[in-house]
Design a protein around this ligand. Structure first.
Ligand code: CTP
Length: 426
């Protein structure tokens, strides 16, 4: 019997082996299942490990966390457990289950089931395989629905005709895997998917589930190219019925984002959000506000979207002749990192790009040597005036008109002189 775990990298293999041995000690059968099996077979890195067991999930999770110095979380009401390992692995443990959809688009009711039931409740054949990890069955593939054949044929295929109606999030997932893996949606699956879209199946799910799948798409490594497919299939309609997409503009924007993504400067930014901003920022106000209202956005996400609406005006300000670095700082400092990234991707003139880059690389991080204590020592009282004085010196420093601590103190004193106020320069 072929061992499907023989070619995985040593770190992954050691971890899975540890789980399998631990399960064996506790008399539990354990399997890696779902997306991780697909990724093991096509040699893609994946730090999310789903384990299905026929025993006590908490017992196994706790034993693993103890052995691998991980942090365990028990979800008692679901009978599941997860472990976060120090090397970045996230491991979910669940007992095999069977699902039933009482109405289209609703969350399924769950009951205990066999491994086969657990695989049958899944979205696509390529995600419905398991690999045994107990030592005596180590590496054995369980493939009841032809997942391996579809994986090699690069096909996305549902397991039964009702699949997209039961769980319409699979419509978005099909596009995500198709585009990410370069696979094609199998003919009958595509027919059923289009039929489900035509019946507005996506409207039967809670908007938050639709939105969270869409967010996953935007968080892919290069989501720009997914949009045409989503738009052609009518999958973006639930976002807003009047959302229109200018594909030329979108492609231009995505090219710029791709180039920026390679730069260390932008490494920690939420690119998913920036793609979203790119999608909706040029829409009419009613469309944008509708999207902001209908879906759950965090405070920062809302702020970034609202700030980005003024892009033309802000780029206009940033293109002014003779703008000093501190003037650029004043424009960009109140913005979120994602708004700045969006502006950078929308900027056409090299001068504006240089100004934004300088702000991010250098000026955003400029700090003064002097503190409030130093100002108190020269007689400036605490409060708004002190804040303003420090701010003014910071601008001078950004423009390289002061450099050392002594320069900074002298600058405060000369500001005081200018205002003729011994207590504060303002
Ligand atoms: N799954 C499903 N139907 C869904 C969501 C998930 O059948 N609507 C199953 C699939 O077997 C999937 C697994 O749950 O492989 C894990 O889901 P998720 O982590 O969302 O997807 P992955 O396949 O692991 O994809 P990714 O690489 O994007 O994490």
């Amino acid at each position: 019997m072929r061992n499907y775990l023989s070619k995985i990298d040593k770190k992954t293999s050691d971890l899975i082996r540890m789980i399998g041995q631990e399960a064996d000690r506790k008399g539990i059968s354990a399997y890696v299942v779902g997306g991780i099996v697909r990724d093991i077979l096509i040699k893609e890195k994946n730090f999310d490990l789903d384990i299905v067991v026929d025993g006590d999930t908490a017992l196994l999770a706790e034993a693993l966390a103890k052995q691998g110095k991980g942090r365990v979380t028990l979800h008692k009401s679901f009978g599941t457990a997860s472990v976060k390992m120090p090397e970045g692995w996230h491991i979910d443990f669940a007992a095999a289950r069977k699902e039933q959809y009482v109405r289209p688009g609703a969350l399924p009711t769950v009951q205990a089931g066999s491994l086969e039931d657990d695989l049958f409740r899944r979205d696509f054949t390529i995600n419905a395989m398991a690999i045994a990890i107990n030592p005596r069955l180590w590496g054995q593939l369980i493939d009841r629905f032809g997942g391996l054949k579809d994986l090699w044929a690069k096909k996305i295929r549902i397991l039964h005709d009702q699949s997209f109606i039961d769980d319409p999030t699979r419509i978005l997932r099909a596009v995500r895997f198709e585009q990410r893996l370069g696979f094609s949606i199998e003919r009958k699956t595509l027919v059923l998917m289009k039929a489900a879209i035509g019946q507005e199946a996506l409207r039967t799910i809670n908007p938050s589930r639709y939105f969270s799948e869409l967010k996953k798409i935007f968080s892919e490594a290069d989501p720009g190219r997914y949009l045409k497919r989503l738009s052609d299939l009518g999958i973006l309609k639930p976002l807003h019925s009047q959302l229109s997409i200018d594909l030329n503009d979108w492609n231009r924007f995505c090219r710029n984002i791709r180039a920026l993504r390679c730069q260390a400067l932008y490494r920690n930014m939420d690119f998913g959000l920036v793609y979203f901003i790119g999608l909706i920022a040029k829409s009419p106000m009613a469309v944008r506000e509708g999207i902001l209202e209908r879906f759950h956005w965090t405070k920062t996400e809302r702020e970034s979207i609202r700030q980005s609406l003024g892009v033309r005006d802000i780029l206009g300000q940033l293109s002014a002749r003779g703008l000093t670095p501190s003037q650029v700082y004043k424009i960009l400092r109140p913005m979120t990192g994602e708004t700045v990234l969006y502006l950078r991707a929308r900027a056409l003139r090299p001068e504006i790009c240089r100004r934004i880059d300088r702000f991010l690389v250098k000026d955003k991080g400029v700090k003064l040597y002097i503190t409030g204590e130093d100002l108190k020592r020269v007689g400036i009282v605490a409060g708004i005036n002190m804040g303003k004085a420090l701010q003014e010196i910071l601008y001078l420093k950004i423009d390289q008109r002061v450099c050392t601590k002594k320069d900074e103190l002298n600058a405060v004193l000369s500001l005081q002189k200018q205002t003729g106020d011994r207590k504060a320069p303002y």
